[in-house]
Design a protein around this ligand. Structure first.
Ligand code: C2E
Ligand code: CA
Ligand code: CA
Length: 541
């Protein structure tokens, strides 16, 4: 909402309240500046983690695919020799040497019988087989895979063994040098990006590539497990290197942060502008209170049964010197937003108390006063209303607090106890603009109230032919069954009045009967037309 008048100069508030307000404004600006930066940091961190995880998945997928291909190839090579494995080594040796020479990755091809090596492409002579792969002194039957830390011929390097079943108790074993696998790991998952890479193929030990300070508290970034032939499994675990993650995060921050900083500055500046305009709007309202720019108009309520004026609603008016009238819904909303509604209503109560002292209304005259939600659930309400009641004591006026559905929904507990206390002291409560808010009907049963004011919007649904207005009828019967009296607002035509009277509305308020009037005009009007009985409200207008 814009300022009411931007020409009004800025003036500092004083005291502890203004220090608090200043601190709150600074905090809001700091928040506006910091929030985008923090969000950017969080988002880029999340994005960096996502990138690193994607990278690891790609690397792991690549390594595992390659290892599967190598293992399959070694197995196929061994299978070519397997049918001839029963032949003597002198006949086999050439085939073993040929297989080793023509196939990539394979260091040696060997034939074993039980756990004894009977022929090798490397040696062509008998020697005991490496026991590390034997299970209970025997090699596994069928096809199998295992990584062993060393072989009898190469004691300082691990190897991948691929075993294929051959006739009798024999098997063909292809030995793949672990260096191929380690090179693959180095290339696809370098130590600069991964703190540790661990590859397991079949049974046996694992191939490990790790940086020096391997304290692995974290769970792996990816763990890829793939099934291979004869139930054997390949498993690769990659643990991320925090420095690598930070590096990617840093580069993302560098890319986005400058823009975000500019945006933050802009946001903080906008917040500052809004605060300035609000502050000056707030000060305009406070100054208008001090300057006596507000007055109250009273709109009469017609009692359907008695046929005369039974009360009035107090409506605040603001006429700005040199500018003109400000619409009530506009300045009331601004007062609510800027935290001035309580002082404004306190001022309103003083004005009303002054006005009613000049009236000669009958005992029991209903005086409707609008209260905002913030005031209703606040600490000042009880003392404010009690002070007002004390001021008008002796006038025998029935005070009616008009509250909206918003008040009921907001801070129900406090508002309810405030209203209960005031009702016990004789004040009545009216639910204003009923049906236009978001009130859950269940609240109505719990909330203490005496009168239901039907909003003008529903009254407008009554057409000239007097056909039934469904929602209006429902609200009227709801009010009847809750035992509340009904005020119909904004009644502007005779047809509307007849319709509402037929359905048992107790009071009508609207231009058909009377428009809002200044206190002195109302007093005169009441003295003449308002106190006369007349079955038709239009006759008074
Ligand atoms: P409201 O409480 O629903 O007040 C009734 C409004 O309907 C008044 O508008 C009144 O002039 C208007 N009205 C009454 N009869 C008719 C009719 O037959 N036809 C038409 N078209 N209008 C009719 P007003 O005075 O402009 O007030 C607008 C709103 O501003 C009020 O609605 C209320 O929500 C708020 N307001 C006014 N004075 C105060 C106040 O002192 N305190 C608070 N918290 N709010 C107030
Ligand atoms: Ca009202
Ligand atoms: Ca209303």
């Amino acid at each position: 909402m814009p300022e009411f008048d931007s020409r009004v100069s800025h003036k500092q508030q004083s005291g502890a309240a203004s220090a608090w307000a200043r601190a709150a404004r600074v905090a809001m600006m700091a928040l506006a500046a910091a929030l985008p930066v923090l969000l950017c940091a969080a988002f880029t961190r999340y994005e960096a983690e996502r990138l690193v995880r994607n990278e690891a998945e790609l690397a792991s997928n690549f390594v595992v695919n390659q290892v599967v291909a190598i293992a399959e190839r070694a197995r196929n090579t061994a299978r070519v020799v397997a049918p001839r494995a029963a032949q003597p080594c002198t006949e086999l040796a050439a085939a073993l040497t040929y297989g080793t020479a023509t196939e990539p990755y394979i260091r040696t091809l060997n034939v074993v019988d039980g756990d004894r090596l009977v022929c090798s492409s490397a040696l062509g002579k008998q020697m005991p087989v490496m026991h590390s792969i034997a299970v209970d002194g025997r090699l596994p039957r069928g096809d199998w895979l295992a990584i062993v830390p060393r072989t009898p011929m190469v004691a300082d390097r691990a190897a991948l063994l691929v075993g294929v079943r051959a006739p009798g108790a024999r098997a063909v074993i292809a030995v793949v040098d672990s260096q191929y696998l380690l090179d693959l790991l180095h290339a696809a998952a370098p130590l600069s990006a991964y703190r540790q890479a661990e590859l397991r193929v079949g049974t046996g030990t694992s191939l490990l590539e790790a940086s020096d300070d391997t304290s692995l508290a974290s769970s792996p970034l990816v763990a890829d497990t793939r099934k291979l032939f004869a139930g054997s499994v390949i498993n690769l675990q990659l643990h991320g290197e925090p420095a690598h993650l930070n590096e990617i995060w840093g580069s993302l921050l560098l890319r986005y942060m400058p823009w975000v900083v500019v945006f933050s500055a802009l946001l903080a500046w906008l917040v500052h502008r809004v605060q300035r305009s609000r502050q000056s709007r707030r000060e305009q309202l406070l100054r208008a209170i001090r300057g006596g720019e507000f007055h109250v108009e009273y709109q009469p309520l017609y009692g359907v049964e008695s046929g005369r004026c039974e009360g009035a609603e107090a409506l605040l008016r603001w006429v700005r010197p040199g500018i003109g009238t400000v619409r009530p819904d506009e300045f009331i909303q601004a007062a609510e937003e800027d935290g001035v509604i309580v002082p404004l209503t306190q001022h309103l109560l003083k004005l009303i108390a002054r006005d009613v002292m000049l009236w000669g209304t009958r005992p029991g005259f209903h005086l409707g006063i609008n209260f905002a939600p913030e005031h209703l659930s606040g600490e000042d309400l009880l003392s404010d209303v009690r002070r007002f009641l004390a001021q008008i004591a002796g006038r025998q006026i029935q005070t009616v607090m008009e509250i909206t559905e918003r008040s009921i929904m907001r801070n129900t507990g406090q508002a309810r106890s405030n209203l209960e206390a005031l009702r016990a002291e004789g004040v009545q409560v009216a639910i204003d603009d009923f049906g236009t808010g978001y009130c859950a009907l269940s609240y109505l049963e719990k909330f203490p109230f005496d009168i239901l004011k039907i909003d003008r919007g529903f009254v407008l649904t009554i057409d000239a032919e007097g056909r039934s207005a469904v929602v209006l009828d429902t609200i009227v019967s709801l009010a009847h069954s809750l035992g509340a009296r009904i005020v119909a607002e904004g009644v502007a035509s005779q047809e509307q009045f007849e319709y509402l009277r037929a359905r048992g509305a107790h009071y009508v308020q609207g231009f058909l009967y009377a428009k809002p009037m200044r206190a002195d005009v109302f007093s005169r009007w009441y003295g003449k037309a308002g106190s006369e009985t007349c079955a038709n409200p239009q006759a008074h207008a």
